[in-house]
Design a protein around this ligand. Sequence first.
Ligand code: XIL
Length: 305
Amino acid sequence: MKLGAAVNHAHLWDAAEPAYEATFARAFDSLTPEYELKVDQLLPQPGAWDFSVADRLLAYAESHGKELRGHTLVWHRALPAWMLARSWTRDDLLAFLKSYVATVVGRYRGRIAEWDVVNEAFEDDGTWRRSLWYDVIGPDYVEQAFRFAREADPAARLFYNDYGAERVNAKSDAVLALAARLRGAGLADGVGFQAHLAADGYPTEADLSANLARFADAGLEVAITELDVSLASAAGTLDDRLRLQASIYAGVAAACRAQPACRRITVWGVTDKYGWLGAGALPLPFDASYAEKPAWSALRAAAPR
Ligand code: XIL
């Protein structure tokens, strides 16, 4: 089992903070750009592609022997303002989707081995999430996106990625039905479970194992793609909270390790110093001073070097 981390390029190359890059390079096998491959970054204005940061991140990964997970081609968020302002016909948006996916996946063909093609297409109750993509194209946008990605790099492994689908529930039922169908059509290879967890109400190892098993049985690869465990709601001393967090990390790690179809856990950030959940969540395996937390030992125990 491999370990990856989401990386923010500004911190990676912050000369005033070498510990960020050093910790990432020492501790992790793969890198997921936290936002640098999203549409608003790559195409901030119509036709004005900007691959500069993405190219540099990929070059960094390659020169340091790290794989890079491509995240993410189609999402309801991180769309540039110009896309939201425009009124699209179905044909226009489908043509855009095709050329966008062909351009991005094609540019990195043979170099980015794994893509989150579609991110967060479902609501928690398993119904389709409304978005520009869904509203203009209809649910078919998902299959189309996978088809365009497959055409652009037939060797890349293509994932559907979502949160809140870690256990058996209405959302994971919907994800499984979709992914199994796409797998049957030769379009999808795997499902990513984000696993943004919190100390109150988290999937146990047994919950996760049972769910991962049914995806594996459908012939899908599975991955934990954005693991973090927020302590914002956890009571007790800091030691108690860090121990609880480590036990949640350990459950996820054990479930992935026991499932042959699960080959990687990615955590959503490197250090508690920076995080998308804000101060107080302390969600990651390295603290704000880059010291290893109990959560790191829990992960490492399941993924020995
Ligand atoms: C988040 C990033 O961490 C933030 O920096 C960015 O501003 C918004 O997106 N699910 C996902 C990720 O799939 O792409 C999100 O990342 C977190 C939730």
